[in-house]
Design a protein around this ligand. Structure first.
Ligand SMILES: [Zn+2]
Length: 543
């Protein structure tokens, strides 16, 4: 018996740490953007026992990983995964928020000029209020831990990576290549610079997306390829094929790249190249690799998660993960790494498809909601005059207001008037004040208040009815996420590697537990603000 196990047994611990020499030397976090538990479950026949890189069969599979807040967006989700903390601690309450009258993007960093493209807005971790697992590993190892983070989306790569990562790359659809910022270094390594340009350039020219063959027995669960409510963007039709090759405008090719599965394959190529060139997992100091796959989110927003495109995107992500896991196994051995997979949020089924089934579902014009709110405030307070609108913006659930200079009792009266007007809009269920809990409040208040952080949350929080999707700019198509309902908050959480007892786990977990689990398995310090706990599948039971 190892000494550490003897101590654990003497102390009567419930769990025994894996022996130090058995610990893997690479932690891998994979996030699938807009990844719903239900899609993995209902298509279980499609994946088979080796689905999602073997995680479903060999790993610990948690069906019920639930976010604690309704602001289920990419920024908050990735920050939660990276830090193992809730938004109150990591500060990412939405993808965008207001400070005073100024809108702030979650990955905006005034010191993060884009390398080679200084005219583009700065990107980096400046908005994070908590350190990540990568930061903690770098701090504890005196900088010997290497952290690499890759995604098509800037906020996904950055907010999961944190402050001290060695290499952070994302795709910029305006310049049409992968980039980094001065927040992470003045120059990309040569191998990364080459891939950053070549991979998307090849896809812009050649990528053609046709669906994999669909077994007739699966077809009844799928809608027609072209369904009412699906959107058409960047020159792409609402049905297959979706080919960058056939687009004529360069800006459309650049904008459409994140949608097609080639972008996911490119991330895997990048990730395995990073393992080779940065020598991840090769020495005694554990390293961290983060890959966030974005294509499912774009596809979900445009066509709906339950579309033919959504189904094919999942299958492509499954294949890409198999390539990643096989590539890691061939380089590091089966016991050389531990991999955790989750999603940053779920999504709402396509409204028109739900309505066709006779179930209530709505689309609500968010611009109308903002006008109603502004009119209600002005009805009590008088016109706002030259100071500009009193409603600054709506980033569900946050409604941002500027009531500065108005005395407290008048402001409170205007706020109550506005609440009544908003709650009267069809599709709106309730509103909540961030700091005041009414005695007769419903049970959603706690979840809707789950993404508050000082100075960044809205002055009012709005909850729509189930299967209600907001739209902006008059474009009432596609779908969204960002509600307190289970379809938006429930994601899978898988863990694969030495020290993990494979199987299906019914216990409810929170995505913050992913970070704590990886820290436990790697034998490293969990992040400063981590509130998660290692999942029960890791560590042996006490003898
Ligand atoms: Zn997302």
């Amino acid at each position: 018996m190892k000494w550490i196990n003897v101590i654990a047994a003497l102390l009567g611990c419930c769990w025994i740490m894996p022996a130090a020499e058995a610990r893997p030397k690479l932690g891998v976090i994979v996030v699938i953007d807009q990844f719903r538990s239900i899609d993995v479950e209902r298509w279980a026949d499609v994946w088979g026992p080796d689905g999602f890189g073997g995680l479903m069969g060999k790993g610990a599979a948690h069906y019920d990983a639930i976010y604690a807040y309704s602001a289920t967006e990419t920024g908050p989700g990735h920050a939660t995964i990276g830090t193992g903390a809730q938004p109150s601690a990591h500060g990412i309450v939405s993808n965008r928020w207001f400070v005073g009258r100024e809108q702030v993007y979650a990955a905006f960093d005034p010191k993060g000029a884009i390398v080679g493209f200084p005219e583009r807005p700065g990107r980096g971790p400046a908005q994070l209020r908590a350190g990540t697992l990568g930061d903690s590993m770098r701090a504890e190892s005196g900088g010997h831990t290497k952290v690499v983070s890759l995604s098509v989306k800037d906020r996904a790569a950055i907010l999961t990576a944190g402050f001290a990562a060695n290499l952070v790359l994302w795709y910029d659809p305006i310049v049409g290549r992968y980039v980094t910022s001065m927040a992470y270094g003045a120059k990309l390594p040569d191998w990364a610079e080459r891939l950053a340009v070549e991979l998307p350039a090849h896809a812009h020219k050649n990528a053609e997306w046709n669906p994999l063959p669909i077994d007739p027995k699966w077809k009844k669960l799928l809608p027609d390829d072209s369904h009412t409510g699906e959107a058409q963007v960047y020159g792409l039709d609402d049905q297959f094929p979706h080919s960058l090759r056939d687009l004529t405008k360069e800006e459309e090719k650049r904008a459409a790249y994140p949608i097609v599965p080639t972008s996911t394959d490119d991330l895997v190529t990048f990730a395995l190249s990073a393992v080779d060139h940065a020598e991840l997992g090769k020495d005694d100091v554990p390293d961290l690799l983060i890959v966030s796959i974005s294509s499912l989110d774009y596809v979900g927003h445009i066509f709906g998660p339950d579309s033919v495109e959504g189904f094919d995107s999942l299958r492509r992500a499954d294949l890409a993960l198999r390539t990643l896991v096989n590539g890691l196994e061939s380089r590091l051995g089966k016991d050389g790494f531990v991999l955790a997979l989750t999603g940053d949020h779920g999504s709402t089924p396509l409204v028109e498809r739900v309505q066709a089934a006779g179930i209530n579902a709505n689309r609500v014009d968010a611009d109308h909601l903002v006008r109603v709110a502004e009119d209600a405030l002005n009805g009590v307070l008088g016109a706002s005059g030259t100071t500009g609108a009193r409603v600054l913006g709506f980033m569900p659930p946050h409604l941002y207001l500027d009531l500065s200079g108005i005395d407290e009792s008048r402001a409170a009266r205007a706020l109550e008037e506005m609440r009544g007007s908003i709650e009267a809009i069809a599709g709106i269920a309730a509103t909540y004040l961030p700091g005041v809990i009414r005695a007769d409040e419903d049970a959603y208040g706690t979840i809707v208040r789950g993404a508050l952080s000082a100075g960044r949350h809205g002055q009012l929080l709005v909850r729509q009815k189930p299967r209600t999707v907001f739209y902006w700019g008059g474009d009432a198509r596609g779908t969204d996420h960002g509600t307190p309902y289970r379809y938006d908050r429930t994601v899978p959480l898988y863990v694969l590697g030495p020290g993990v007892r494979g199987g299906r786990y019914a216990a409810q977990v929170d995505p913050v537990d992913l970070t704590a689990t990886l820290a436990f398995l790697l034998g490293v310090q969990a992040p400063d603000s981590c509130s998660g706990r290692p999942v029960g599948a890791v560590g042996a039971e006490a003898r």
